[in-house]
Design a protein around this ligand. Structure first.
Ligand SMILES: [Fe+2]
Length: 278
């Protein structure tokens, strides 16, 4: 059984925070019958579809300038170089199936394409795989800023409430680390790391659970990362790189940490989650 994570910061209870209000609105919109956003064919359009929910009009919209998703401690169990995958389970994996879906937005509510999401969590028994890469995986948001994680509900371990860990990075921006929580968990009220602003919207779907959460990253440029200095050396946009690949960019050498297809804006100095210098 792993040791508990040290509660290095004590979050303020935020039942009245604007962020909670926004999440509450999204949950309410879902309850009122909003269909999956991708099915609507447009994120921005879908986010505007609160017009049906007249009672929600006074709520700050996504266009009012959201606060970025708050950061939380990494804890002791993060490992770099996780596999590129959206599913952390097989048919025989024990545990309650959980699907987490959502979007990565900029503060101006534009979907961020190609954002890195690196998830890790405990297994059904509350243990982290510190030897292999069980329940660890990274992915990149789609062209519409969407992500999907297929996993299980993480088990409990001493000192913490139920949670997922995730690192996120908009192309060319710093990595942020945070955690996601489940509503209605008895330990939410005693875990000093828990923060209500990071509660997912979770519903039961047969024997499984479906959760949603939208991240907001401090990336004011939105989905269209402006062109930067053209690549030089051997690194090139459009190239598929694998973990361990070595390239030069500018006058420096970099080693690939995670498989990905390079795009402009992901030059090695800009994306420490993907490239390590030296
Ligand atoms: Fe943890």
């Amino acid at each position: 059984m792993p040791a508990s994570e040290e509660p290095l910061d004590v979050p303020t209870e935020s039942a009245t925070s604007p962020r909670v209000s926004r999440k509450a609105v999204l949950r309410a919109a879902a309850a009122l019958g909003a269909t999956p956003l991708l099915a609507r064919g447009g994120v921005a359009l879908a986010r505007d579809r609160t017009t049906k929910a007249r009672s929600l009009e006074a709520t700050p919209s996504c266009h009012d300038g959201d606060e970025p998703t708050i950061e939380q401690i990494e804890g002791p169990y993060f490992k770099p170089d996780s596999p590129l995958r959206t599913s952390l389970v097989t048919n025989s994996t024990p545990g309650t199936r959980l699907t987490v879906t959502g979007y990565v937005f900029s503060r101006t509510c534009q979907p961020i394409a190609g954002a890195l999401l690196d998830f890790w969590q405990a297994d059904d028994n509350g243990n982290y795989d510190n030897v292999g890469f069980g329940f660890r995986g990274h992915q990149f948001s789609t062209s519409q800023g969407a992500f999907t994680l297929t996993t299980i509900v993480p088990g409990l371990y001493p000192g913490r409430t139920r949670h997922l860990h995730v690192k996120l990075q908009s192309p060319g921006q710093p990595v942020i680390t945070t955690q996601l929580y489940f509503p209605g968990e008895p330990r939410n009220s005693t875990d000093t790391i828990f923060d209500a602003r990071l509660l997912m919207d979770v519903r039961q779907v047969g024997p499984a659970r479906a959760a949603t959460f939208d991240f907001v990253l401090d990336a004011p440029q939105g989905p269209t990362t402006p062109p930067t200095t053209p690549p030089s050396g051997t690194w090139a946009a459009g190239t598929s790189y694998h973990a361990g690949d070595v390239v030069t960019y500018g006058a420096s050498t970099y080693r690939c940490l995670q498989a990905h297809t390079a795009i402009t804006g992901w030059e090695p100095p800009n994306v420490p989650a993907l490239w390590q210098r030296g």
